[in-house]
Design a protein around this ligand. Structure first.
Ligand code: BG6
Length: 465
């Protein structure tokens, strides 16, 4: 059966920076199925102009771009110009003979319009093949708006046709959480509150707004990063093992985690969430001088189930921090006794298991072994496993686009995941309508009023000697 990928918003940034390069890398790797790629946007381009635009984008955004596969790729490309009304979208019908995925590479404010327009044009109808709707984050801006968006979208699309993308789920390290947890039987025995003391999930960025002031000032760090990317990593760490690889089961287990969270309430927001704004944010171009938008947010969460009761999960993310550095770090409990000579004299050298996401991708496990010599002295070392996905040339979007084309839904968000992630954060969003974020210095590690018992980990990775 022939397949088509229709990108709505084909003249935009996401298409040129991420989607087209990902598709081209898949082309070069021989991974693309028989596929027609149709760009759709307002620009009244000819097909040749669109193709030239994509060619220039690939040259700009793919390191070591070569024309070797360009002719094959170019032959897949088509362009249709129009707005999001059903009357115009119907022009896409001739390009949709078999299975079709519609990718909304559009501003979130027009997701509903696009979904309705496609539906109105009869393009969600599955008579001649499957029809999928791929939607970028954010899905709504709070609980009520996400439910409203869902209501509108599902007037024409069934839930199983909707693939909500969170690009962190395509990252190598994030996918590795599942393999590490469920392909090693020893892990399960220590994956609980008897062995684990705390979990820290960090996505720190040294970059600022990158020209996205309008979107970012309306969103802030909690909506931009924590509600989706960090919550997703958190649920993968905390979920129960699924008995088989089944998208519905995996997503159901992730939702269970969100449903087991100890509620954040109006009374305990201050102990559960913190926000900051970097100094100079209010002087940024296009940012209102009285903006209360947080550029840093952190959360302390407890999963009140048998596995995790009492273990704090700390999540933090911010802009203009000291380093661009992302990791998930799990601290194991200290042994009940300190047997060795140095142990009572020094702070315990913690056993961390670190899933490193950026800048390097690796898993490191810090452990104490005997220091060579005549005395029984412990010494910290790490088991290091590196798997640089960049060396494979594939990035998060490559994986997710391929999954979408193959119909694998495991790494896409189901509506109840989105809904519960908003539900959990509602009291925080509500409380943050009042007051102002604390200010923090550009290049610092952000505010630390909410921090783990032994403090936050450094925003860089230090290998033990
Ligand atoms: C996006 C956020 O979803 O993720 C950005 O909107 C953020 O603000 C980005 O910079 C981080 O993604 P990555 O893959 O560059 O770590």
């Amino acid at each position: 059966m022939t397949a088509s990928l229709v990108i709505l918003g084909a003249s935009g940034d996401l298409t040129k920076r991420l989607l087209m390069p990902a598709l081209y890398r898949l082309e070069c790797a021989g991974k693309l199925p028989e596929l027609t790629i149709v760009g759709y946007a307002l620009e009244t381009w000819t097909e040749t102009e669109f193709i030239d635009h994509i060619h220039a984008a690939l040259r700009e955004f793919i390191k070591d771009f070569s024309d070797e596969h360009w002719l094959t790729f170019k032959a897949r490309l088509h362009y249709v110009s129009g707005d999001l009304s059903a009357a115009k979208l119907i022009q896409l019908a001739p390009y949709c003979p078999g299975d079709v995925s519609f990718y909304l590479a559009l501003p979130p404010g027009v997701f509903a319009l696009a979904a309705t327009g496609l539906g109105g044009a009869g393009l969600s109808n599955e008579q001649t093949g499957t029809r999928n709707l791929i939607i970028e984050k954010p899905f709504g801006t709070d609980l009520a708006s996400s439910l409203e968006l869902q209501k509108v979208v599902t007037q024409h699309w069934k839930e199983r046709q909707i693939l909500r993308i969170d690009h962190f789920l395509g990252k190598e390290t994030v996918q590795n959480i599942l393999v590490f947890r469920f392909a090693n039987s020893f892990v399960e025995h220590m994956w609980n509150n008897r062995c684990i003391e705390e979990v820290q999930i960090t996505v720190a960025e040294s970059l600022g707004l990158e020209g996205r002031y309008k979107y970012y000032d309306a969103a802030g760090a909690l909506r931009d990063m924590l509600q989706n990317h960090l919550m997703q990593m958190f649920t993968l760490i905390a979920m129960e093992p699924p008995p088989v690889w089944d998208a519905e089961l995996i997503r159901t287990h992730k939702v269970e985690v969100l449903r087991s969270l100890r509620p954040i309430t109006a009374e305990n927001v201050a102990q559960s969430a913190s926000r900051g704004q970097y100094q100079g944010y209010l002087q940024e171009e296009h940012i209102p001088a009285n903006s209360k938008t947080e550029t840093y947010a952190s959360l302390k969460l407890y999963v009140d189930n048998w596995r995790w009761k009492g273990v704090p999960f700390y999540l933090r993310s911010g802009k203009h921090l000291e380093q661009t550095y992302s990791e998930i770090a799990i601290r194991f409990r200290e042994p009940p006794t300190r047997l060795f000579a140095d142990m009572s004299a020094h702070p315990f050298a913690d056993n961390w298991l670190v899933f490193r996401i950026k800048p390097d991708e690796a898993i490191d496990w810090f452990m104490n072994i005997k220091q060579p010599g005549l005395e029984l002295i412990s010494h910290q070392t790490s088991l290091h496993s590196s798997y640089n996905s960049a060396s494979q040339n594939f990035l998060a979007y490559d994986q997710l686009l391929l999954d979408a084309l193959e119909g694998d839904r495991a790494h896409f968000l189901r509506m109840d995941e989105v809904e519960w992630a908003w539900r959990v954060l509602e009291p925080v969003l509500e409380a943050w309508k009042e007051g102002t974020p604390q200010s923090y210095r550009v290049g610092s590690s952000g505010p630390d009023d909410l921090k783990p018992e032994k403090g936050w980990r450094a925003l860089s990775f230090e290998q033990p000697d």
